[in-house]
Design a protein around this ligand. Structure first.
Ligand SMILES: NC(=O)c1ccc[n+]([C@@H]2O[C@H](COP(=O)([O-])OP(=O)(O)OC[C@H]3O[C@@H](n4cnc5c(N)ncnc54)[C@H](O)[C@@H]3O)[C@@H](O)[C@H]2O)c1
Length: 413
């Protein structure tokens, strides 16, 4: 709210509660006052809400989407952070938001003495629902100068539900032939293709559950959930939110990335026609992220200890970039302790070798120059020469060691 106010857009904020904080305040996760407020304004900027896993309250997020028929969930995925695995990702996932596995027909049955002997979930797709989400995706592509829409489905197995989605998508795609290209992918293949070649995607349109999973996956390609915004769009209301949830593992530590929420706010500004303010907000955010990342990359890389671990939530684990061993507490792309030791040893050896050879060459050159100097100035020149040679040795050692470390780190053992 402070950032949006600082942009100079005159908001008349109406703060309402939802989720667990609303249970504490009003005894229900979705108070009438919250619903009435959104109905009145047709607009909400929503923070993440906790939904207990398993038994308990039904998801407030899903309830809100269904209450206001927010059928289109738009989730842009764009590279901002420099130096990531991919630097040129710019795709949008459009997820059907009200049907499929999220309709709420999910129950257990008692058999004998076991009250949960059997569990069943039902997915519901309607022709109208498929039609409006696919049309939304093609219209979105047209409005935003996008070239292609990829329809992601599982019609080979879910022949009725996913089959209806694919069949309808094919009909709509025909209407846009010659204007917007389209292709189809089965969801498992799409998940793999996203990782190995994300540049082939432009706009992805898919059903509720697949869209949920693929958008978290895609956010991982550009720096994680802290950078993934989303918009829930309906005919009469729109709710903007970060893709991520309440992040209980890091909540309260002051380390959650606020960018996703701010990018969602930028989408809201676009939606209400404040295009200039939206792009100012995005520019400010990108500048802050790029500046923050590039400054320490030059000097920080030289000064930072080679073994410095990435900032990554304790308790999570990632594969070591070199040996592939799953290791707790390391960031993606980092090394486990054994590989760090090994790579540091080798990198130091290379650094020392290059530093010694170049320092000897420099010392030889200085000696030759000294000989041709008048005797009176030779003492000072010797001291300056010795200090320069030591500084040269140390700096060369450190820079070459750092470069060698990064190179060796990327060589899988
Ligand atoms: N739209 C929503 O409100 C929404 C969406 C997803 C999940 N949820 C709810 O949130 C709760 C927690 O779910 P979860 O832990 O599976 O998913 P999550 O999205 O809250 O967190 C997943 C991982 O991403 C990290 N992360 C999330 N946001 C981050 C940020 N801004 N900066 C840095 N790291 C961030 C977390 O630390 C965690 O490791 C559940 O109750 C779930 O139902 C709500």
């Amino acid at each position: 709210m402070q950032v949006l106010d600082a942009l100079g857009v005159a908001f008349d904020w109406d703060e309402q509660y939802g989720g667990m904080s609303a249970v504490e305040q009003a005894g229900t996760p979705l108070p009438d006052a919250t619903v009435d407020s959104i109905r009145r304004t047709g607009l909400a900027l929503k923070g993440p809400l906790t939904t207990p896993v398993g038994d308990g309250y039904r998801s407030v997020n899903v309830a809100l989407r269904q209450e206001f028929e927010l059928y289109a969930n738009v989730r842009p995925v764009k590279s901002i952070v420099p130096g990531g695995r991919y630097t040129d990702i710019d795709l949008v996932i459009i997820r059907e938001n009200t049907e499929g596995m999220y309709v709420g027909f999910d129950r257990t049955f008692k058999v004998g003495n076991d009250p949960k002997a059997l569990a069943q979930a039902t997915s519901v797709m309607t022709r109208d629902g498929c039609r409006r989400i696919v049309r939304y995706a093609f219209e979105y592509a047209r409005r935003h100068d996008r070239r292609k829409v990829t329809v992601v489905h599982k019609a080979n197995i879910l022949k009725a539900t996913s089959g209806l989605f694919l069949e309808t998508a094919r009909m709509i795609a025909q209407e846009y032939e010659g204007q917007i290209a389209s292709d189809e992918k089965i969801v498992d293949n799409a998940a793999m293709q996203l990782v190995i070649n994300p540049a082939q995607f432009d706009v992805i349109v898919t059903t509720n559950l697949f869209g949920d999973i693929l958008s978290d996956e895609a956010s991982g390609l550009v720096g994680g959930l802290g950078l993934a915004p989303g918009a829930n769009i309906g005919e009469h209301a729109a709710i903007f939110e970060a893709v991520h949830g309440s992040a209980p593992d890091i909540a309260g530590q002051g380390i959650a990335n606020p960018s996703a929420q701010l990018l969602a706010a930028a989408m809201m500004l676009d939606h209400i026609g404040e295009i200039e303010a939206a792009s100012r907000l995005r520019r400010a955010l990108e500048t802050a992220i790029v500046k923050d990342k590039s400054a320490p990359r030059i000097w920080g890389a030289v000064l930072r200890p080679l073994s410095s671990p990435g900032l990554w939530p304790a308790g999570s684990s990632n594969p070591c970039a070199r040996c592939g061993q799953q290791t707790a507490g390391i960031a993606p792309g980092d090394l486990c302790a054994a590989c760090t030791r090994d790579v540091t040893r080798k990198a130091s050896r290379i650094g020392r070798l290059v530093a010694i050879v170049t320092t000897l060459l420099l010392a030889g050159y200085l000696m030759l120059t000294l000989r041709s100097m008048p005797l009176a100035s030779q003492t000072t020149a010797r001291i300056v020469g010795a200090v320069s040679a030591v500084a040269w040795y140390l700096l060369t050692f450190r820079i070459v060691q750092r470069i060698a470390f990064e190179w060796l780190k990327s060589q899988r053992s």
